[in-house]
Design a protein around this ligand. Structure first.
Ligand code: PNS
Length: 162
C-alpha cells in the first residue's frame, strides 16, 4: 500500500513556502495530493479554484507522486475518499499553532483514523503568506523569489486589470 497524504489549503495563490512543503512531504510519503479548497468566490479569494489548481500544476509539472485536486465539503471526508491517512499542514511560527491545533483536533474528532502531520517550511519562508504576497503585489511591489514565476505573472495580470 503506498503511503498517501493530502496537503490541503486555499493556495490563493501558491507560494514558494507551499512548494517547499510539497517537496518535504514527498520525502515522507509515496503519494501526495495537493487539495485546493473550493470556497465560494464570495469568500474573497483573489483567484478562482480552477486558477489556483492550474498554478500549482504549472509549478510542479513532472513531479512524480503528486496530484493536484480541488475539494469542497469536509476535508476529512475528502481524505478518506482518496484513500489517504494523513493531512499535511505547515507550521511557520507559534502564531500558526492555535488555529492548526484546533483544526487538527476537530479533524481527529471527526475521523479518528486520520492523522495530521505538521512540517516546518525552510526558515527563509517563515514570514511568507499568500495574504502578504497578494497585498504587496497589489501595491506594485515585486514578489520575485516569493512565488513561482507563473504565479508572479498571474498576479501582475490580475492587478493590472483592476
Ligand atoms: O490554507 P488555509 O486557508 O489555512 O486552509 C484551510 C483549510 C482549507 C485546510 C480548511 O479551511 C479546511 O479544511 N476546509 C474544509 C472544510 C472543513 O473540513 N472544515 C473543518 C476543518 S476542522
Amino acid at each position: 500500500m503506498p503511503r498517501r497524504a493530502v496537503y490541503p489549503g486555499s493556495f490563493d495563490p501558491l507560494t514558494n513556502g507551499h512548494l517547499d512543503l510539497i517537496e518535504r512531504s514527498l520525502r515522507l510519503f509515496d503519494e501526495l495530493i495537493v487539495a485546493v479548497v473550493s470556497n465560494p468566490e464570495k469568500r474573497g479569494s483573489l483567484f478562482t479554484t480552477a486558477e489556483r489548481v492550474e498554478m500549482i500544476r504549472e509549478a510542479t509539472e513532472g513531479r512524480k507522486g503528486l496530484q493536484i485536486m480541488s475539494f469542497d465539503g469536509l476535508l476529512v471526508d475528502f481524505v478518506a475518499r482518496v484513500g489517504a491517512r494523513a493531512i499535511i499542514r505547515g507550521l511557520r511560527a507559534v502564531s500558526d499553532f492555535e488555529y492548526e491545533f484546533q483544526m487538527a483536533l476537530m479533524n481527529r474528532h471527526l475521523r479518528e483514523e486520520i492523522e495530521t502531520v505538521f512540517l516546518m517550511p525552510h526558515e527563509a519562508y517563515s514570514y511568507l503568506s499568500s495574504r502578504l504576497v497578494k497585498e504587496v503585489a497589489s501595491l506594485g511591489a515585486s514578489v520575485t523569489g516569493l512565488v513561482p514565476p507563473g504565479v508572479e505573472k498571474r498576479l501582475a495580470e490580475k492587478f493590472a486589470r483592476r
